[in-house]
Write a protein that binds this ligand. Sequence first.
Ligand code: NAP
Ligand code: GDD
Length: 381
Amino acid sequence: MEKKVALITGIGGQDGSYLAELLLKKGYIVRGIIRRASWPNTKRIDHLNIERSKESAVAPFFIRYADLSDAISIRAVLEEFKPDEIYNLASQSHVGISFKCPESTLNFNALGPLRILDAIRDMKLDCKYYQASSSEMFGISPPPQNEETPMLPQSPYGIAKLAAFHTTKMYRNAYGIFASNGILFNHESPRRGLNFVTKKITRGIADIIVGNKKKIVLGNLDAKRDWGFSKEYVEAMWKILQHDKPDDFVISTKETHTVREFVEEGFNLMGLDWKNFVEVSDMYKRPAEVPVLLGDSSKAEKVLGWKPKTKFKELVHMMVAYDLKERMEQLGYLPIEPNVKKSDEFYIEKGRELAKKLKKHKWQIELDGTSPFLQERKKNL
Ligand code: NAP
Ligand code: GDD
């Protein structure tokens, strides 16, 4: 049987990288697009051997330059790859930044999907289309939110995603294209971008533990989010396109927690009181906020057989462990051993040991010479 070809936009992002791994494992030929400014910031997909892949029609993996704001570039990759499945994951994905850059956010996030869908229609491509829709579209609709919940977006990002959501449905209804929406609630991982709140917290904790940083400055601690694990959510994306008909699905964990709870859980793992290390600033508050997201993904569970495994506490544990490992290796607290696999608990325990060396009063790091890096720094103080 001929291998299926999948095209992933946003392949260099958190979800794109996990989805590429999943589809390669399933035997797909995987193609991706990145925009010019993304190169060489391709850390999440470098292990897939971008540069060494031979660019032939049957090569398992390679990428091209294209941009969702450039219809010519989109048509060129569709023409070249003739994909069986398109996963449109590319977007300006930061809600806070969408208030600062509303016009480009609408251009990429609302018009980008339109450009792809219209090219599929115009070129009469026989392919399935997945749209990365978002729980941010629900805005201030009270929880729990499911496929029937009214959508009342509160940000340029949410408005753009809602336009793309309806565009996807319109191309499905009007032109018979197999076009589906995954309405995904927040999902995180060690690969999460640095300015999303979960990664900002776990990276911040690791930085405090190794003496790189004194505090984490955050915005609204009361917001509630339904946080799942990205690697499991990309499986839902694939299942959505394998369903016998195009449809829209909510994907979530059915649990919600405040940002404060995330902070507390992370610092608790280190045996520290978060209140000594977190400051709140208006700088990170948004002009309008989505107060509570709590997804009801019963439809996906029933129709697709998809269910999340990783819940809140495991997610925090995994992300803190990853950031501790990265920082402790970078600063010489631990040797870099690429072929040695240690458990997450190992790094959490090492973090706890270092946490005990933090002086009792706020944010004061005791440079006791544990790390060669810190010894060097101490000499130069
Ligand atoms: P991400 O890590 O920010 O990845 C988004 C990718 O899109 C990045 O690689 C980015 O490239 C690329 N991109 C941005 N603008 C582009 C453009 N004009 N043309 C081509 N590529 C462009 O986001 P993610 O967390 O993986 O999320 C994947 C998708 O799901 C996004 O559409 C997001 O809005 C949506 N979503 C995410 C969540 C979540 O909680 N993660 C929940 C619901 C929906 P650069 O590296 O160059 O910026
Ligand atoms: N980013 C950020 N930085 N958020 C903060 C901070 C901070 O310093 N302090 C508090 N928050 C609050 C935000 O106000 C928001 O209520 C919550 O933490 C989560 O913020 P983000 O992690 O930026 O995620 P998001 O919910 O706005 O958006 C994410 O989820 C959407 C799905 O609901 C993104 O991944 C979107 O792309 C995605 O569609």
